[in-house]
Design a protein around this ligand. Structure first.
Ligand code: GLY
Length: 307
């Protein structure tokens, strides 16, 4: 399947579940002083979560251009050095604004990955929020119970506030989240070392692909958490990572999202990309990643400058 077909299949799946497909917001943010660039799919919907605006549709799906090069969500140092972080990436998202909650979000994530995309369930691990005493937040039993309908118990892991409580920035909408991780190691490796032990451990073949955030609070300037007027669903799936999984590659850069750019870089520099950890291959990956980020940022209204 091409990356374009995979993107379309995601959107079609949620369209069938009565979601309205909406366009990506620009990557450059003009009307929110708390953010410079779009760092998550939920940014353009922030006022719906906070109850400041009423959405035209309660169920929405999209693919959002995101840039993670500064602030709370910053992947810059990993880019090119590893094979699965990007400065700019596409975040596939389905959204409920005060409509469905954990039950449907979890069931549909599972259905899309296993029934539509035919991913082997034994290669999937999910995490649920373990709770946080200092914040007065309980273990997310509801998410656990919904996952337990579909997922083997040893594939449901507990995660702490760092990984399983999602916040947009220092302030703003937030809530407990459930991540979905893929174990892309070979069958032989999987039978030797339990994949659950490698989740959130920087293993290049055991990677997060999707996050389901259950928006319930607003983080105020004083650090306090206030319940939102309604409960919402914010999901974000890394498009380039999903494509890598479905195209059966071990690196995002080996998918059709990047191979064309890598080929042109090879032609322009007279060098060859060999997909290793060499400094030259890291440079190839950095160039192919960052030309995309720069092109989209300029197209969306950010002019380059020396600052
Ligand atoms: N808002 C969900 C995420 O960025 O993971």
């Amino acid at each position: 399947m091409t990356s374009a077909a995979i993107r379309q299949q995601f959107l079609d799946f949620f369209k069938e579940k009565q979601h309205t497909i909406v366009p990506s917001a620009p990557i450059v943010i003009k009307n929110d002083p708390t953010l410079l660039f779009t760092n998550a799919g939920m940014n353009q919907f922030k006022d719906y979560f906070l109850g400041n605006k009423t959405p035209a549709h309660r169920r929405v799906a999209d693919t959002q251009k995101c840039l993670r090069v500064s602030g709370k969500h910053n992947d810059l140092e990993e880019v090119g050095v590893d094979t699965y972080h990007h400065t700019m990436f596409e975040m596939l998202g389905n959204w409920s604004f005060g409509d469905y909650f954990k039950k449907e979000a979890i069931a549909w994530s599972w259905e899309l990955l296993t029934a539509i995309f035919k991913i082997n369930p034994m290669q999937i691990y999910v995490t649920v929020f373990e709770g946080d005493e200092a914040e007065g937040l309980p273990f997310d039993q509801e998410a656990y119970d919904e996952w337990a309908r579909w997922v083997a118990p040893e594939h449901i892991l507990k995660g702490n506030k760092k990984d399983n409580f999602w916040e947009m920035g220092e302030t703003g909408p937030c809530g407990p989240c459930s991540e979905i991780h893929m174990d892309c190691r070979s069958e032989a490796e999987r039978s030797q070392v339990f994949g659950g032990a490698l989740v959130n451990a920087d293993h290049p073949q055991v990677i997060e692909i999707w996050n389901n955030v259950f928006m319930q609070f607003n983080r105020g300037k004083d650090g306090s958490l206030t319940p939102l007027p309604e409960k919402h669903v914010d999901t974000g799936m890394g498009f380039e990572r999903l494509v890598r999984v479905l195209q059966n590659k071990t690196s995002n850069y080996d998918t059709d999202v990047f191979t064309g750019t890598l080929k042109v870089i090879g032609e322009l520099t007279g060098k060859t990309y060999t997909a290793t950890d060499s400094r030259q291959d890291i440079a190839f990956r950095v160039l192919s990643d960052q030309i995309r980020a720069i092109a989209f940022s300029i197209a969306d209204g950010q002019l380059p400058s020396n600052t």
